[in-house]
Design a protein. Structure first.
Length: 227
């Protein structure tokens, strides 16, 4: 059996996968959704440890697919690097990714970095970044936008400034980079540069909310890719 460890991105929580999880279960897969949204000044390394701990709970005889959305692309790659013998495939969904020493702010444009630092300084006590509105994730439908807005939480600034620590083991794990179109950031290039096959998916950044069925199909396909 295949277990999918589904890791949400910044400002989100495990609920981000609520529409995808039933579809994977219907196909016979298991799922885990680690929570990176706990209050406090946590960093990327803290989050990678949370994900690695979730990986440790998966049955040894299960195939394990580690999935990271957006910011969590960096997180899951560090977690996979720490558990290379357990993770069979890594999937990035519009995910930030890079080699050892990469950080989200290191990969992002200067105006993006400046805007988020300013928000942290003016509205987040210097260490938290308030959540952008749902439209920033491409969610504009009235009901979905309201549902999302009431769940988004501030994101610790340190998660975007900490650099990943990779031994190189993650480079030996096959990967797929799903990038949403039209693109907001060069997620296809991030995937290509870390050696992953890239797959386009029509939909906004929060595609797991707007297009759960086609995303679930791609995740199931990734789980069947020969290792």
């Amino acid at each position: 059996m295949t277990t999918y460890v589904l890791v949400h991105g910044a400002w989100h929580g495990p609920w981000a996968w609520d529409r995808v999880v039933p579809l994977l279960h219907a196909a016979g897969a298991r799922t885990l959704t680690p929570d990176l949204s706990a209050p406090g000044d946590h960093g990327l390394h803290d989050h990678a440890e949370v994900v690695a701990a979730a990986v440790d709970t998966v049955r040894d005889d299960d195939e394990l697919v580690l999935v990271g959305h957006s910011y969590a692309g960096l997180v899951v790659r560090q977690a996979a690097d720490a558990r290379p013998g357990r993770v069979g495939h890594v999937v990035l969904v519009d995910g930030w990714a890079g080699g050892d020493g990469a950080s989200l702010f290191g990969l992002a444009s200067a105006p993006f970095v400046q805007a988020l630092r300013s928000l942290a300084e003016t509205l987040g006590d210097g260490w938290r970044i308030p959540a952008p509105p749902p439209a920033a994730y491409g969610i504009t439908d009235g009901d979905d936008a309201a549902w999302l807005a009431e769940r988004l939480v501030p994101q610790p600034l340190r998660t975007f400034t900490e650099a990943t620590r990779l031994s190189g083991a993650v480079a030996r794990i096959p990967g797929t980079a799903v990038y949403c179109t039209p693109q907001t950031y060069p997620f296809d290039r991030f995937g290509t540069e870390v050696g992953y096959r890239t797959v386009a998916l029509d939909g906004p950044h929060d595609v797991m909310l707007s297009h759960p069925e086609p995303l679930a199909r791609l995740l199931l396909e990734a789980g069947r890719v020969p290792q």
